[in-house]
Design a protein around this ligand. Structure first.
Ligand code: XMP
Length: 514
């Protein structure tokens, strides 16, 4: 079955991914494409609607990003948001006004027509504005459908209702009923029947993989993380034991994690799993290394080396391993298409292997956002410990033990982390906190235990709320819970006499300590 598709043309706005997530949440499939994607290719995708995102540019700039004007004449509904809306106004001869200062914040939206995108939205709502320019006058043959005290055209539509522009951002939480406004565009203006369903997606993708791989074999690097787990289980459902999973245990995992991966995937899912216990190897390579970037590099390279060795062994055993399964997800695809973000830490994702000409790639999750991957995982009955797992960095505990890594330090951080996670779970906070872990700052302080003076390690607790890890706030864990965690750690973890809680947001700090 071919899903209805909506295309989002990205003009560089900070909310483009959010628009896509909202559309998917409304059970409509969508893709983000660059603003100058060719008209022919757009037509070939047969979209049921197009959304023009916001962006940092001004329509008055000489090289302002523009889409092909013909786009508006295809008879397909178009929604322009902020910059996208101003572009629509300009193309049809309306005016775009230049404000002296940027308007940012929540404003009352006065809705003038309760139809189209405002169907069933009877009251005025608060909406988020974030712009300098704004639509001053609607073009001829357009109707103003909402205004605010500072924007005479906060929303407009063409007479036939198919071209719609909004100056505010319906995709953000700060806009009341923003989800309904977008859903109205999809269901009411584009007349799409919502048909994007994770169960159907899983079934169809598994059938396609089966067809593609046939009776050949595939290998997959399993890390225990959500993405590789869901990708592996999908491919396993398609080709059974012809999928061989390689799980490299680098000895930098959290307490019991390696065994858990083995138990879930080998015992429960019956996956053909090779566990490579490479702890010694990694620790030897990391001996004496204190620089975080060096640690990442060593771990990344060593991981590839181990994987290559296992692959060579398998290739000498079987002659039909033609495919490599990877857990690439949609944000990775979008990100690699642009190079906006500066590299602050070289995020070498273990499992992110170099391009390998020997293999054809199988990437079943390429079109999914993280929450959709989780939902597919649920449909495939992958246990919650894996599907709801918090993000865990590829280099693992190596970047949570500051300075040189030793087996003793790993043991301390592992035990403290285990207690922290258990207490967070018991307090019912595990779903609301995005990421939480213990780090070993590699400082010794003086303490007193019993009658004895101690001089030993400090544990740092880090817990953050975030939606994508790009920015984060420190989690407001209740004092009683922190108190319990601190007591449990100093009482039960040897060589720890102090616990501190990190209260820095990102930026300026990062989530990990290294
Ligand atoms: P930072 O510390 O940069 O982390 O604020 C943002 C998110 O990325 C994870 N992280 C990594 N993930 N390899 C990974 O696969 C890495 O080297 C790495 N460094 C940080 C971090 O856990 C957080 O979720």
């Amino acid at each position: 079955m071919q899903n209805s598709v909506v295309l989002i043309l990205d003009f560089g706005g900070q909310y483009s991914q959010l628009i896509a997530r909202r559309v998917r949440e409304a059970n409509v499939y969508c893709e983000i494409l660059p603003y100058n994607y060719s008209l022919d290719k757009i037509k070939a995708k047969n979209p049921k609607g197009i959304i023009l995102s916001g962006g940092p540019s001004s329509v008055f700039e000489e090289n302002a990003p523009k889409c092909n004007d013909e786009l508006f004449k295809m008879g397909i509904p178009v929604l322009g948001i902020c910059y996208g809306g101003q572009l629509m106004a300009q193309v049809f001869g309306g005016t775009v006004s230049r404000a002296d200062t940027r308007e940012y914040g929540r404003t009352e939206l006065n809705i003038l027509h309760n139809d189209g995108i405002f169907k069933s939205i009877d009251d005025d709502i608060k909406c988020l504005m974030s712009h300098t320019n704004f639509i001053g006058e609607a073009p001829e043959n357009f109707v103003v459908t909402a205004k605010t005290s500072s924007c005479p055209v906060a929303a407009m539509k063409s007479i036939d209702g198919k071209l719609v522009a909004v100056q505010f951002h319906p995709e953000v939480e700060h806009t009341e009923r923003g989800r309904d406004i977008l859903a109205n565009f999809l269901y009411n203006v584009c007349e799409i029947t919502p048909d994007w369903d994770m169960g159907d997606f899983a079934k169809e993708t598994i059938a396609n993989i089966k067809e593609e791989i046939g009776d050949k074999r595939a290998i997959c690097a399993l890390s225990g993380g959500v993405d590789s787990a869901v990708a592996a289980v999908m491919v396993h459902k398609a080709i059974g034991s012809n999928l061989i999973c390689i799980f490299v245990d680098h000895g930098l995992l959290r307490k019991n994690e390696g065994d858990q991966v083995e138990e879930v995937f080998r015992d429960k899912f019956n996956l053909n799993l090779i566990r490579v216990n490479a702890q010694e190897r990694f620790l030897t390579k990391l001996k004496g290394v204190v620089d975080p970037e060096k640690k990442r590099k060593i771990i990344g390279e060593e991981f590839i080396r181990v994987f290559e060795e296992e692959k060579a062994k398998l290739k000498s055993q079987y002659d039909n391993i033609d495919f490599l399964v990877q857990g690439t997800i949609y944000p990775d695809v979008i990100e690699s298409g642009t190079d906006k973000a500066d590299v602050i830490k070289s995020h070498h994702n273990v499992g992110g292997l170099p391009e390998d000409v020997d293999f054809k790639l199988v990437e079943p999750l390429r079109s999914l956002f993280k929450d959709e991957v989780r939902s597919v995982g649920n449909k495939l009955n992958i246990p919650d410990e894996i599907v709801q797992r918090q993000p865990f960095p590829g280099p693992g505990l190596a970047i949570r033990v500051l300075g040189e890594i030793t087996p003793e330090k790993l043991k301390i951080v592992r035990e403290a982390d285990w207690i922290f996670r258990e207490e967070i779970r018991k307090a019912g906070l595990n779903r609301s906190i995005w990421q939480y872990f213990a780090a070993l700052p590699n400082i010794k302080t003086v303490g007193v235990m019993g009658d004895e003076r101690t001089h030993t390690h400090t544990i740092a607790l880090r817990a953050v709320t975030s939606s994508d890890g790009m920015t984060s706030e420190w989690a407001r864990i209740p004092f009683e819970v922190l108190d319990k965690i601190s007591r449990e750690i100093v009482n039960n973890v040897e060589n720890v006499n102090r616990v501190v809680y990190d209260i820095t947001s990102k930026p300026p700090a990062t989530i990990e300590w290294e």
